[in-house]
Each structure stands twice: as structure tokens, then as C-alpha cells.
Write a protein that binds this ligand. Structure first.
Ligand code: SF4
Length: 309
């Protein structure tokens, strides 16, 4: 048995072409030439101990070219130096394939059929205020605070006239209450004085309102006016977009840009609501419930808790 295995091994070894055959087939191999030159130089050397403190090759007067290692080809970690840079290979990303995106959107729509904005509001102004208050706070908490706030200051003009201590008291439990009070009072002032009391309908105008950055503007335009100017990127959209391989970025602006490229515009508004709801109910931050997730077959997240593929 052992002899047979030995014979097999030997025949395998014998089948390997030697350096001369390879050279005849493929031309000179710079790595082999380099090592051969090094070996022949080393053979001419005095014993290593006799030239302490210096490289034996250098001490033997080896040419500088012989001492220098050939430059490694940039195209790969190993392989002979070619002297040329290979062009970068454009590899299509399978996670962004249109068929996969379409499948994902369809599954998401089925999984979260009632997805809508969770902030209670009756008009664009109330939605704007609620969205400003929702920063670093849960929608549930904001919904507890806004009824009293809107009863006391129902319009932008009334909010503009509100005293800061009174506002702070009303929104205290949403966190960052001083900054938020200033923002909603400032928003009331700007909307009352510059936009005639109407929340503007363009992104460019909305982002001039105090407290309203791009995310808030996208929420107001999408939910209150049905205008798809961008994709809302909150903490859930941020996390799920990365898990689902829709973006590799961590910055909301770059994530939104990536999503706007791959999601059809008519799905921008619904997509963010669905993803937010999915992030709250199934794809939670710490321990996603992958076994119950309808997107599982199209998800390659490394932190999945269960996988079918
Ligand atoms: S399979 Fe898991 S990680 Fe992927 S989207 Fe579903 S819950 Fe999230």
C-alpha cells in the first residue's frame, strides 16, 4: 500500500516539468533567474562568519542589481514581475444586480405592507416639528409630547412667539431639549416670516429652515407632500442598507446617494418606511431575527443569526 502511494507520489513529481522545460515553453522566469544568480554568488562567498557585520553578498562584491529584489508586479501578490500594471478588473457586484434589487423591493413591500411614518401629525408643519424632535429620540416618545405642544402652539406664527423656557418644558423628555426648542422656535419664525406660514415644498428651501437638515426635509416632502426628492436615511435605513449590501458607506449622505442610484424613484418614499419598519420589527440591531425574515434568501449579511444559504 505504502509502496503504491510512494510510486503515485513519484510519478506525480516526475510529471512536473523542470525549470529547463518551463524556460523553453514560457521563456525566462525572472524569479528563477534571480534566485539562480543569488545562489551562484553565494557559492563564491567566504564562510558567513568570516565577514561579520556585513551582508555576505555585499562583502563578496555582488553587483547592486544582484542584491536588489525584482519589483513585484502590482497586479497580484505573487507571480513573476511583468513590469506592467494590469488594468483594474471591473467586477460586477452581485448584491447590486437589478434582479436582486427588484426581488428585495418586492419582498420588502410584501413583508411590510402597512409601512408609514410613525410620527403623529395633521399637516406639514406638525410633521416638521415632530421630525425635528425625533432626533436621538424614539417616535413613541415624540408622539407623547406633541399633542400638548401643538395644542399650545398650533401654527408657525404661534411657535415663533413662544418663550424658550415654556418650549423647553414641553419637549424636555425628548432629549437635547434646549437645542430642539431653539430649532422649533426658529423654524416657526422662518416659516412665518419667509414662507408665509406654509412649509416650503422644495428641498432647497426646506433645508434653510432651522433644525431641518436633509433627512428632515426628505421626511416632510415625502410624507406630507408625496414628493420624492431623496431617500430618508435614518439609523435603521443606515444599518439595513449596509447589511443588505446596498451600500458600503457609513455616512448618511453617501448612503442616500447609493440608494438613489439603485432604487427606482417611485419607490423612494415607501422604501424608507418599509426599511425602517423592518429594522424595528425583524432586522433589529443586536440580534436580527433572520429565521423569520422574508429577505433572508437575498441577504448575505455577515452577522446573520440564521442562514439558509
Ligand atoms: S436576513 Fe437577517 S440580517 Fe438579513 S435582512 Fe433579514 S433579519 Fe436582517
Amino acid at each position: 500500500m505504502d509502496r503504491e502511494a510512494g510510486a503515485r507520489r513519484t510519478s506525480r513529481v516526475q510529471r512536473q516539468p523542470d525549470h529547463r522545460q518551463l524556460k523553453a515553453l514560457c521563456g525566462p522566469n525572472p524569479w528563477i533567474e534571480y534566485h539562480q544568480e543569488m545562489s551562484s554568488t553565494a557559492r563564491r562567498l567566504p564562510p558567513a562568519r568570516a565577514v561579520s557585520g556585513r551582508s555576505p553578498l555585499r562583502a563578496a562584491g555582488a553587483a547592486p542589481e544582484a542584491l536588489r529584489k525584482p519589483a513585484r508586479a502590482k497586479s497580484g501578490p505573487s507571480g513573476p514581475p511583468t513590469g506592467k500594471l494590469d488594468p483594474p478588473s471591473p467586477r460586477p457586484r452581485r448584491d447590486l444586480a437589478p434582479a436582486r434589487i427588484a426581488d428585495l423591493l418586492a419582498r420588502l413591500a410584501v413583508a411590510q405592507p402597512n409601512a408609514e411614518c410613525a410620527l403623529h401629525h395633521r399637516n406639514a408643519w406638525e410633521l416638521l416639528v415632530a421630525t425635528i424632535l425625533s432626533a436621538q429620540c424614539t417616535d413613541k416618545r415624540v408622539n407623547l409630547v406633541t399633542p400638548a405642544l401643538f395644542r399650545t402652539f398650533p401654527t408657525p406664527a404661534a411657535m415663533a412667539q413662544a418663550s424658550l423656557p415654556e418650549l423647553e418644558e414641553l419637549v424636555r423628555t425628548t432629549g437635547f431639549f434646549r437645542a430642539k426648542s431653539k430649532s422649533i422656535q426658529g423654524a416657526g419664525k422662518v416659516i412665518h416670516e419667509q414662507f408665509g406660514g406654509e412649509v416650503p415644498r422644495t428641498l432647497a428651501e426646506l433645508i434653510t429652515v432651522p433644525g431641518a437638515a436633509r433627512k428632515t426635509a426628505n421626511v416632510v416632502l415625502g410624507v406630507a407632500y408625496g414628493l420624492a426628492e431623496g431617500v430618508v436615511v435614518d439609523t435603521h435605513v443606515q444599518r439595513l442598507s449596509r447589511r443588505l449590501g446596498l451600500t458600503r458607506h457609513g455616512e448618511p449622505k453617501k448612503i442616500e446617494r447609493d440608494l438613489m442610484r439603485i432604487i427606482p424613484r417611485e419607490r423612494w418614499i415607501a422604501f424608507s418606511h418599509e426599511l425602517i419598519l423592518h429594522g424595528r420589527s425583524i432586522c433589529v440591531a443586536r440580534k436580527p431575527r433572520c429565521a423569520a425574515c422574508p429577505l433572508e434568501t437575498t441577504c448575505w449579511a455577515p452577522d446573520k443569526t440564521w442562514r439558509s444559504h
